[in-house]
Design a protein around this ligand. Structure first.
Ligand code: F6P
Length: 341
């Protein structure tokens, strides 16, 4: 079998582990030939690819980013790919395409599958918000990085009697904020799933200071939003869901808390630090398992599916079920961390 593999969308720790696994399983397990397209679907459309053998993937298991490069592609160009799906397969002589990516990539994968291309998807996102898999690789690394940041911020916050507001990624779902906030023992967690009231944070911080604790750390997801009109110092934009959102919520919240408390409050925006660097052991293992199962699925002809983690097993999920809705933090998970919400 000749397998094409590509990584698309935002990068994520563990992508290289999937590529390596596809090559190892395909080549040594089945005698397959693997080619890697560069910069996601762009490479597929522009004929930029290279053969991947054991040496090409040697030493990449622990490397962040993606050796193939990644890019986001405009919708119109995706339609171009779908319109030429069969021709593209013939041009490259591929029997299956394994795109590794998030919601956008999996939507594109489905378009290609519907257009007749044999496709097996592999989900990735640090946000952990793809509903058809219990976990995505990259998430554990992001949570580990954010947790370490909270640990570190606590000691400096305490030394200076400051409030620290750490903004983590998570546009639509608050998984990273929830888990790093819990693991790091943040004193407040704000996530998109539950609008927050800055007055509650102020009350909590004042209570801490009143009992002699002279610092606080708040963990806020980038997509978190206050209850409309609750930020005393300025107004945000009302989004499509009727939520009042502030660009750079971490910075705005720190400003708000400083003004209300009359204390120093500093924002720390973790940003892409959470996506870079060495993947955790958990993410390497999950990524390797996804790669292995994607190759097996290709040999079984399970096209139009993607790998998904269900409990401890990897299952193949139809792409059409994979991208229907985002997996958001449910109420019971919020309740478990309630004391800090
Ligand atoms: O979807 C993953 C993610 O890391 C989000 O958490 C974040 O909002 C976004 O990607 C950032 O994307 P970009 O790298 O294009 O700025």
């Amino acid at each position: 079998m000749r397998i094409g593999v590509l990584t698309a969308g935002g990068d994520c720790p563990g992508l290289n582990a999937v590529i390596r696994s596809v090559v190892h399983r395909g080549l040594t397990g089945h005698g397959d030939e693997i080619i890697g397209f560069e910069d996601g679907f762009k490479g597929l459309l522009e004929g930029r690819y290279r053969p991947l053998d054991l040496n090409a993937v040697s030493g990449i298991l622990a490397r962040g980013g993606t050796i193939l490069g990644s890019a986001r592609l405009e919708r119109a160009r995706l339609h171009e790919a779908a319109d030429n799906a069969e021709e593209l397969c013939q041009t490259y002589g591929i029997d299956v395409l394994i795109p590794i990516g998030g919601e956008g990539t999996l939507t594109a994968a489905r378009m290609l599958a519907d257009a007749g291309m044999p496709v097996v998807g592999v989900p990735k996102t640090i946000d952990n918000d793809i509903s058809a898999t219990d976990r995505t690789f990259g998430f554990d690394t992001a949570v580990t990085v954010a947790t370490e940041a909270i640990d570190r911020l606590k000691t400096t916050a305490e030394s200076h009697q400051r409030v620290m507001v750490v903004e983590v990624m998570g546009r639509h779902a608050g998984w990273i904020a929830l888990e790093s906030g819990m693991a790091g023992g943040a004193h407040g967690i704000c996530i998109p799933e539950r609008p927050f009231d800055p007055a509650d944070l102020v009350a909590m911080i004042e209570e801490r200071f009143a009992r002699g604790k002279k610092f606080a750390v708040i963990c806020v997801a980038e997509g978190a939003h206050p209850i409309q009109g609750s930020m005393a110092y300025g107004y945000g934009e009302i989004d499509a869901y009727g939520h009042e959102r502030f660009m750079g919520i971490g910075t705005r919240l720190a400003e708000e808390l400083a003004n209300r408390l009359g204390k120093e409050a500093r924002p720390v925006i973790l940003g892409h630090v959470q996506r870079g660097g060495v993947p955790t052991a958990y993410d390497r293992v999950l990524a390797t398992r996804f790669g292995w199962h994607a190759v097996e699925a290709a040999h079984e002809g399970a096209f139009g599916h993607m790998t998904g983690l269900r409990g401890t097993s990897i299952e193949m999920v139809p792409l059409k079920d994979a991208i229907t809705e985002l997996k958001r933090v449910p109420e019971d998970r919020i309740r478990e961390a309630e004391s800090v919400f």
